[in-house]
Every structure is written in C-alpha cells, then in structure tokens.
Design a binder for this molecule. Structure first.
Ligand SMILES: *Cc1c(COP(=O)(O)O)cnc(C)c1O
Length: 412
C-alpha cells in the first residue's frame, strides 16, 4: 500500500517539512471506522480521531459519497457566486442549534477553513459591534486555547505559546477562572470568549451554574458571550453544541474540528446578523462545495445518531470503560473529566503522561494529552462497542507495562 516504508517517509518529512510538530514514530496508510493501519500493516484503535476531527471515523461511506459527488460536479467556485451546499449547511446548523430552544433570534453563519479562522471571525464581529461605543476588549480564560494566528494566540490563555511572537494585538484580557471574569470587566469590555470544556487545557468542563450566572451578567451589561466550540461542538458533547448542554444562549458560537469529518472547515455562527456588511470579512476557500457537502453528510449522520440515542449509548459505554480503568488504576489516575466523547482521565503524576501515551502507541491504541496531566480521549462519535472494547483491552495492557515512579509528585 505505502510506496515508501516508514523510514523513507520520516526522512523526507525531516528534510522538507518545517519541524513544528513532535511526531510519534508512525505513519498511517489507511483506516476504517476507529481502526488505522500503519506502514507495516499493524492495526491501531484510534481514540483520538485526528484530534477530534474524524467524527465519523476513517473513510466513512457517507463522507466518501459526498466527496465523490463534489469531485464529479463542483469542488470550488469562490464566494463571488452562490453555493447551494454552503447555504444548506448554514441552515442545518441554525435549525439544529435552535431545536427545542427558546432562542427566537435569527442566526447566520460565516464559513472559513479552521478553528483559528472561526475565532478570528468572532473577534472581528465583536470589534465591529463595539466600535461605536469605543469598546474592544475581549476577556479570555487561563488554560484556554483559541488558535495559532497572532490574534487567537493572544486570546489563548497559555503563556508558553506566546514566547517569541510579540508584539500581539491589544485588547485581550486574561481572567484566572469564571469567577474572576466580572473583576476584569471595564467600560471597554466588548466580549468574553470561552471554551465550555477546555480542550487543550486539561479537558476542564466549566461549572454549568457558574456559566449560566456569567451569561446573565454579560447580557445585563450588553457584553457578548462568544463560545469556542471548535473542539466541543458538532455532537461531541452529545448535543450539536455543548452550549445546549449548558443551557445558555451565546451571541456567537465557533466550530471547526468535527464539522466535515476531516475536510478543512471552520464556521462562526451568530445572532449578530447585521454587524458585518459586504466586504467586512471573507475567505477564498471558506464554505466551498467540497467542505460544505462533507459537512452536510457529517451533520446528517450525527443528527440521526443523536435522535436514535445511538450517540448517548456510545457516550455512556465509553464512560463506563473509563470508570473501570480509573477503579483498576487508582495509583495512576485520580478522576474522569470532560463531557460526552470529549473526555479524559486525570493523571496523578503528569510526568508519566508522555510515557503512558507512548506505551499506548506500542500497544496500538491512540490516545492524546491535554494540558499537563490529562489523558485525553476524542474517539470517533460512531465508534462501535467492539472497537471500544478492543481499545480498552489494549489500554489496560499498556498500563500494566508502565513504570510508575515510587513517589508521585502530585497526589491531589
Ligand atoms: C483546535 C482548536 C482551535 C484551533 O483550531 P485550528 O483548526 O487548529 O485553527 C481553536 N479552539 C479550540 C477550542 C480548539 O480545540
């Protein structure tokens, strides 16, 4: 299957691709469902789905069909012209978001190609919304992650990403946690930008009541609430958006990762439909036939899984499995964290997290890290019981092999 063996691929990558990633020593050549096959023909269970992107698993039939259709008819025409699947995808996102909610506002969507771009769009909406009143500051949280562009990096509440890249744009204010946000509000505050479950910052699911209380305060002060659902969105929480699980009505929701099953896409959805006028924002590739046809296929499949409760069953089963690992290895893990199939196990001693992930790779199960001490799981949303079982058998085998330091540093 692979034209080159692993060593050749690695050599080519090292020679010609910029070294921005600390890659694991493996290259995959094909996949089916939650399974991947490497260059040596070994199979893996994928509990990471390409960082929450392959929401329907690898090479799903529905996506193949949508992509084939696009390839045969149209892939791209640009936003100079109307694009039917883009309009349809926008309509579905709004319809599914508003289902069962009291939110009477009209919502509209802008399409880009990534999470960072979705957040850039949200930032621009907030800036323009605040222009007349002279408000421009956006409050974000410690341990948040909002992207790698200069503005979204500044919004990201992790200093380690900021080294080397100054100066950053003004107008981003950091709060320690939800309770600290009101302290940071001043007469120039225009928005608060949050992940409801911090994806890179330790699968930290914010407290529902606290989020609802904050939403109320913001509404009273005419400050926008922007929810970054790049990772938590598109059914990862069990609902189309985690905002629905939290029972809040944000002003802007951004999304990307799982929306088109692996085809690059990002979207910014808002009730502020009149802020942008033509010319205020744009994207060459955003919302083209290929990505929005893919998005339509993904949404259709996932919405059906939600309706049929298949998604709830998978979530419950995955949590049961995580809880049993927790029970079996109390010396390694302290608790289960997260929401839906955006979940994790908190590791008592963060220093062994890298070892856990690499031993898991040797045992052919792919898992992720989040923050300094969380083993993160973002399995395909249509993962089968058999795939879950097999992945956990491998995970247990891996954990048996771990060399745990005698005195864990951190025993919270
Ligand atoms: C991944 C992620 C981003 C950035 O998305 P890109 O597609 O890499 O630009 C932004 N916010 C959150 C919450 C994410 O998980």
């Amino acid at each position: 299957m692979a034209k080159h063996g692993f060593k050749a691929i690695q050599a080519l990558d090292k020679a010609y691709v910029l070294h921005t990633y600390a890659r694991a020593n493996v290259a995959f050549v094909k996949g089916k469902g939650a399974r991947l096959q490497d260059t040596q023909g070994k199979d893996y269970i994928d509990f990471g789905s390409g960082i929450g992107v392959a929401s329907l698993g690898h090479s799903p039939k529905a996506l193949q069909k949508a992509l084939k259709k696009s390839a045969k008819t149209l892939i791209h025409t640009s936003n100079l012209y109307y694009i039917e699947p883009q309009a349809k995808l926008a309509a579905r996102l709004v319809e599914y978001y508003k289902r069962g909610s009291s939110d009477k506002a009209q919502w509209r969507v802008f399409f880009g190609n990534s999470g960072a771009e979705a957040n850039e769009c949200a930032i621009k909406i907030a800036r323009k919304f605040g222009e007349k009143s002279g408000r421009y500051k956006i409050i974000t949280l410690d341990s948040s992650f909002h992207g790698r562009t200069i503005a979204t990096l500044k919004a990201t509440g992790q200093d380690k990403f900021h080294k080397h890249f100054a100066p950053f744009p003004d107008g981003f204010v950091r709060a320690k946690n939800l309770a600290d946000i009101p302290n940071k509000i001043d007469s120039q505050t225009i928005a608060v930008l949050l992940e409801l479950v911090q994806g890179e910052g330790g699968i930290n699911a914010l407290d529902k009541k606290q989020v609802q209380d904050l939403a109320k305060i913001l509404k009273e002060q005419n400050i926008l609430l922007i929810i970054d659902e790049v990772q938590s969105g598109i059914y990862r929480s069990g609902e189309i958006f985690a905002s629905k699980v939290y029972g809040i009505e944000p002003d802007v929701i951004t999304m990307a990762k799982g929306l088109a099953g692996g085809v690059p896409i990002g979207a910014c959805m808002t009730r502020l439909v009149d802020v942008f006028e033509s010319g205020d924002h744009g994207s060459t590739f955003g919302g083209n036939f290929l990505s929005t046809n893919a998005g339509l296929a993904v949404l259709k499949t996932l919405e059906k899984m939600r309706k049929d409760k298949v998604l709830d069953v998978a979530i419950k089963y995955f949590h049961t499995k995580l809880d049993s690992v927790l029970k079996q290895y109390p010396a390694i893990f302290s608790k289960r964290v997260g929401l839906g199939l955006m979940c994790g196990l908190q590791v008592r001693n963060g220093e062994i997290l890298t070892q856990i992930i690499s031993v898991c790779l040797q045992h052919r199960v792919l898992v992720l890290r989040s923050g300094g001490d969380v083993l993160r799981f973002l399995p395909p949303l249509n993962i089968t019981k058999g795939e879950i079982d097999e992945g956990f058998v491998r995970l247990i085998h891996a954990l048996k092999e771990l060399k745990i330091p005698q005195k864990p540093k951190n025993t919270k």
